[in-house]
Design a binder for this molecule. Structure first.
Ligand code: 5AD
Ligand code: SF4
Length: 420
């Protein structure tokens, strides 16, 4: 979501005649697009602002947009007095105001809904993989999560607006569409005639666009994997056989305290249905270790579920207490050293499972999407349908979508060769 927001901000400024630079001391405006989901990310923002302040031209404007802006609000100006702007994740389209009026501080952390999507210029050229946000915010209110505070309650974009952006992306270079949302499968839009549109409708419609060869979506909440959506994996071959569906913990008592009221049976039953629809489907997850009150036995249950599902690609984090959340005030906060030890164990096992899956791909031929060339320029990097990185020898005029035979694998990536 932040990558997408960054593109829209860049397109907005380019539309006004500005150009990108990698050199802070050369920039006229410096914008940090920020994440507040864990404390470490927030802390980094303020140390980076200190560095930028010393390196920038005296006349250059600098500020923050995104979730840290929303969380800190006016306090950011107290911490960095010469900061020029603080704009929340739903008000970054107000950025040009600071260009019009550079002497006034600009603060806007309203949850203004969906205005930004339609009030910004479209990108002239789309990247090969176009991220299309379809909803913002989240109604789940997991007790550890700051997102319902920073991005607000769930709002879905209109079906027409999403499809217009998708079509525009397809006509300007996109081959893969990734629908985005904090709770992407909660997408629900009712038009003026009372017709309800779901994520499955967006997928079906997008699959009809000839330029679009691959479709995916992230991140899904388990209990919102409805049958119409599961069916898409059976009926729409363009939908990739890969799903990020975070479980967060394998311990029922922890899930209850996280306010994620699903049972392990329900979760595994959804995966069973997905495998019936699409036998080669692979699942990835997010995990939080060291949630308040997590016992050794609770953690072992997380290890067990990781083993059982064989997630091929996961993100695991130490629990980080966040402002405005219930869990931050819970008793039995887990000491840092225990969190670190649990994370190391889980990561080790997840990496081994990922390596096993990567090795199981050797000798298979996978349809892969070109991402670019590597740093040396001697290789091309492709993405498999399971989002693995696949490296092949450089070749001129390499196809954007190629059948690649996998020849070797390690934990992080695959190697392959073109079959032709
Ligand atoms: N501490 C650690 N990880 C968190 N996440 C969300 N909030 C926290 C927190 N307070 C993780 C969840 C979520 C991912 C985007 O970030 O695993 O799925
Ligand atoms: Fe946060 Fe995801 Fe839970 Fe929503 S479902 S509150 S975004 S962790």
């Amino acid at each position: 979501m932040n990558v997408y927001d960054g593109w829209r901000i860049a397109a907005m400024l380019e539309h006004r005649g500005m150009a990108r630079t990698d050199d802070v001391s050369d920039a006229d405006i410096i914008i940090l697009n920020t994440c507040a989901v864990r404390a470490k990310a927030t802390d980094k923002v303020f140390s980076a602002l200190g560095r930028i302040r010393r390196a920038k031209k005296p006349t250059a404007l600098f500020g923050i947009v995104g979730c840290v802006a929303r969380e800190s609000g006016a306090d950011a100006f107290r911490r960095i007095p010469d900061l020029n702007f603080v704009l929340g994740p739903q008000s970054y389209h107000k950025l040009p105001d600071i260009l019009e009026n550079p002497d006034a501080r600009l603060l806007n952390i309203d949850l203004g809904g969906l205005e930004k999507f339609d009030s910004l210029p479209q990108m002239e050229k789309s990247p090969r993989v176009a991220y299309i946000p379809i909803q913002e915010g989240c109604n789940h209110v997991c007790t550890y999560c700051i997102v319902p505070y920073t991005r607000g309650r769930e709002i879905s974009r209109s079906f027409e607006s999403v499809m217009a952006e998708t079509l525009h992306a397809a006509k300007t270079g996109a081959i893969e569409i990734c629908f985005l949302g904090q709770n992407v499968n909660g997408y629900k839009y009712t038009d003026e005639n009372g017709t309800i549109y779901r994520l499955s409708d967006l997928i079906r419609e997008t699959a009809k666009i000839p330029e679009i060869m691959r479709i995916r979506f992230t991140s899904s909440y388990p209990t919102e994997m409805t049958d119409d959506l599961i069916d898409m994996f059976k009926t729409e071959p363009k939908l990739l056989p890969f799903l990020n569906m975070p479980i967060q913990s394998g311990a029922p008592t922890v899930l209850t305290r996280m306010n994620r009221p699903y049972s392990l049976e329900l979760y595994t039953d959804i995966i069973r249905k997905l495998k019936i629809a699409r036998p080669d489907i692979q699942i990835s997850s997010d995990f939080i270790v060291g949630f308040p009150g997590e016992s050794d036995q609770d953690f072992e249950q997380t290890m067990r579920i990781a083993e059982q599902i064989k997630y091929i690609n996961s993100y695991s984090f130490k629990y980080s207490p966040r402002p405005h959340t219930v869990a931050a005030l819970m008793p039995d906060q887990i000491p840092e050293n225990i969190k670190a030890a649990r994370l190391a164990r889980l990561d080790t096992r997840l990496n081994e499972i990922q390596r096993d899956f990567n090795e199981s791909c050797i000798d298979k031929t996978l349809s892969c999407l070109l991402e670019g060339s590597d740093k040396t320029g001697r290789h091309l990097v492709y993405r498999t349908p399971f989002m693995q990185q696949c490296i092949v020898e450089f070749r001129d005029n390499a196809p954007e979508l190629a059948d690649i035979k996998i020849t070797a694998a390690n934990k992080a990536s695959l190697r392959g060769k073109f079959i032709d």
